[in-house]
Design a protein around this ligand. Sequence first.
Ligand code: XUL
Ligand code: CO
Length: 439
Amino acid sequence: MTAFPDIPKIEYEGPQSNNPLAFRWYNPEEIVEGKSMREHLRFSIVYWHTFRGTGSDPFGPGTAVRPWDDGSDSVANAQNRARVAFELFEKLQSPYYAFHDRDVAPEGANLRETNANFDAVADVLEEEQQRSGVKLLWGTANMFSNPRFMHGAATSCNADVFAYAAAQVKKALEVTMRLGGENYVFWGGREGYQNLFNTDMKRELDHLGRFFHLAVDYAKEIGFTGNFLIEPKPKEPTKHQYDSDAAACLNFLRQYDLMDHFKLNIEANHATLAGHSMMHELDYAGSQGALGSIDANRGDLLLGWDTDQFPTDYYQTTETMLAILKYGGIAPGGVNFDAKVRRESFEPIDLFYAHIGGMDAFAKGLKIAAAIRADGELQGLVDARYSSWNSGIGAKIEAGAATFADLEAYMLEKGEPTANVSGRQEMLEALINRYLDRC
Ligand code: XUL
Ligand code: CO
């Protein structure tokens, strides 16, 4: 049985191809900076948007046509959907996928039944992983959709809800480990507040710190060695999310003594909602040794919410790949398409066009970034800009060998700093365009 009878395995045909069902840039075996594109990019497809997204919005119901899905909440439907998912992963040559517990399996009447449903679908996922070789990039628990999480999960004012969330993560970790998941993600779905008049922020943050420690302890107990990742997002669904951006997450992790156990999963659309660029968030996390993985998507300049569109902008993918290469690659994380087709793109084939476009945009970004790095022109300009720190007073300050009194004596003697040099922003932006033209 095939769910996509008219769609072949997507192959690389090169930049001149006009075939929308072929890769023009993503050539999995092509070597860039000594590694294949497949190893650099570690693409991953998300279960939630691609197999559970219906195209509904606040003004109308779903539009998506998914002939394989009977629309029921049955375990049999979930198991069949899992097989269809693997057909798509394989046809798109995606080495990884990612899921929330509730994407893959329906809730039962109680936690016990819910866990049994999850196990029954995990059986099929395991079988399909073995058959196809597609691997699990990360698992996570959905602790935001069910009404019980209306006040949050680990930060709920209701201690029972904290306990339920703990049970849910315990199970999601076990299944992630069983399926060989290389990471485990925490996106703080409703971990934030709508109103400070009814909120004890200190207590909620302490509870979140406690929750993460419990997860670390349990991972140790069962031998889960994948990375724990926190995914920053500033707002939506709450007005203020505690994990608002990379800086807030890293501050939280330090405050609660969790830095050794967590890295960050940086999402492009979340970065812009936080008033940052993706490159800023990647550099901030990477510079502190905390770049774990990315959720690849984009927002819309004219809309202020999390539109989760597929990435297509070479400029943005180049910036992203420059940051990833700078910090030594993304493994064991990956480039995870946390992106959804538009409500109007309701046919199954749109899922293919969307991923092909995103994969090509990242492959091209990788090639441009590698070319920029190979020539060394950009790095040369950055090195020259900071050269005053390589010797003399700069080297002394960096070595911690200069006091305020030393610096005063130095400046009294010298009178004025050596003349400043231009930052050359416009020239550099044109230089980046030159590589975009040529690659
Ligand atoms: C929500 C979001 C999530 C996480 C996983 O904005 O990005 O889908 O990636 O919970
Ligand atoms: Co995400």
